[in-house]
Design a protein around this ligand. Structure first.
Ligand SMILES: Cc1cc2nc3c(=O)[nH]c(=O)nc-3n(C[C@H](O)[C@H](O)[C@H](O)COP(=O)(O)OP(=O)(O)OC[C@H]3O[C@@H](n4cnc5c(N)ncnc54)[C@H](O)[C@@H]3O)c2cc1C
Length: 172
């Protein structure tokens, strides 16, 4: 990914970027097809250099992804507003990561099951994830009669930024 304007806010440490990705509960998927950009928030997991999310197989998101697999994905932590003596110098304290990658809509129940277990474990706990089998994944249909789509984003590059300091006094 081409970077312009690297400054003291750049996070260069890959481990710190991965820490942000692992901690985030919501990621913003950036997709584009036929001149139409779209941002979709999703729950996700980051595992072994890839991002996985799941959802209905029906809708613009998966339609776009099948037509153009080049995606961006963004996560952030908003720590607060940092006060200053003059309004123009107020700042935002944050950490964030922007990923670029290639998306693949996984097709077999076997390849979907492991990422689905990871997603269920992250959001519903390990106990809920244990019982998930490829057969359950294969047989599940949403209320609209559709399969669950699981999307894998192979991370090609990532950049990170953080504010120079955590605020000592925050404006809530
Ligand atoms: C915190 C959070 C977590 C979510 N986690 C997941 C997840 O893990 N998996 C998942 O599939 N979905 C998740 N969603 C819902 C997701 O954002 C989409 O709404 C959903 O996936 C349907 O997308 P689609 O492209 O198939 O929509 P479609 O039904 O095809 O509709 C597309 C149209 O709806 C608009 N639209 C789509 N989503 C949103 C939105 N969130 N807000 C406003 N307008 C929208 C688009 O601009 C577009 O015009 C989450 C939403 C939030 C806010």
């Amino acid at each position: 990914m081409k970077t312009v304007g690297i400054d003291e806010r750049t996070v260069e440490d890959r481990r710190e970027m991965e820490e942000i990705l692992l901690a985030a509960k919501v990621g913003r998927l950036g997709i584009c097809w036929n001149g139409q950009p779209l941002i979709i928030p999703v729950n996700f997991v980051y595992e072994n250099g890839a991002i996985y999310f799941h959802g209905s197989d029906l809708g613009l998101k998966t339609e776009f992804l099948r037509r153009n697999p080049d995606v961006c994905f963004e996560v952030d932590e908003f720590w607060g507003t940092v006060p200053a003596s003059v309004p123009c110098e107020y700042d935002t304290a944050y950490r964030s990561v922007v990923v670029s990658g290639t998306a693949q809509v996984l097709s077999s129940p076997e390849e979907k099951t492991v990422p689905l277990r990871l997603i269920v474990a992250k959001y519903a706990g390990q106990d809920a994830a244990k019982g998930l089998t490829p057969l359950m994944v294969e047989e599940y249909r949403s209320s609209r009669g559709r399969e669950t789509a699981v999307v894998k984003i192979r991370v090609k590059a990532m950049t990170g930024k953080r504010s120079t300091e955590k605020p000592t006094r925050k404006v809530e």
